[in-house]
Design a protein around this ligand. Sequence first.
Ligand code: ADP
Ligand code: MG
Length: 273
Amino acid sequence: MSELVIDDLHAEVGGAEILHGVSLTVRSGEVHAVMGPNGSGKSTLSNVLMGKPGYEVTGGSVTLDGRDLLSLPTWRRAQAGLFLAMQYPTEVPGVRLDEVLEEAFAAAGRDRGLVGARLGAEADRIGFDRTFLERPLNVDLSGGEKKRNDTLQLGVLAPRIAILDELDSGLDVDALRAVSRRVEAATKEGIDGGEPLGVLAITHYSRLLEELHPDVVHIFARGRILESGGPDLAERLEAEGYAAWLADDDAEAATDDPVGRAVVDDPFADPLV
Ligand code: ADP
Ligand code: MG
């Protein structure tokens, strides 16, 4: 049983405080959905958790199974069992997906010879063309293919806790269903005999949550969690928008910045969506 504990996390980027005290605990098998307006700090939270350079933690703590994550470089956080599917996956010319995963296995003391079969099985499971597996990482993939590629990596690496930053953006309906079912199964059965996966899923849409059933929904705005509750919170959000959670004088700004903008903003977005 694993536990990611975020306690009163404050962080700055570019000299401005973006996270104003975030507290959240994700345990094995739990799905936490984080829903919030554009620019509220959701990606900042995911980047700070994974240790992306450029962010300064100014207060609070993050532990995974009691181990301080904030003092570790990103690769050590990954080895400790944390996984991040980035909002905008990075293209890495010249480096193949299978090579990346083999190196990750080797670095963790696992048999790199297992990667090929695992990759093939995971690709088939989410309907990802096997020809992509030997191509440079994310290069020339569509937005939706990059998201499936990330899901594939999650399935092969079998982390303890996964942060999914808008995994649903750019995915067509079929891919969304395949990807969310894969993650949901991991939270129920574990991956490859491991413990059930704990998930922190940042999303704008309750559509993802129809397959990936959240235990807790967090409404996140202005760098903090405003309310946490059951799945009905996502339904209320869908019906009412964020204005219900924001002060009256901010309500207009919230409607100017509609919930659905993320896909349009996503430079990798699949035009069919
Ligand atoms: P969200 O993912 O909720 O849309 P982000 O975490 O991406 O929000 O951004 C939160 C705020 O932090 C935004 O105002 C954004 O402009 C700002 N921000 C994010 N990254 C940087 C950066 N590297 N430098 C300066 N400001 C940044
Ligand atoms: Mg974001």
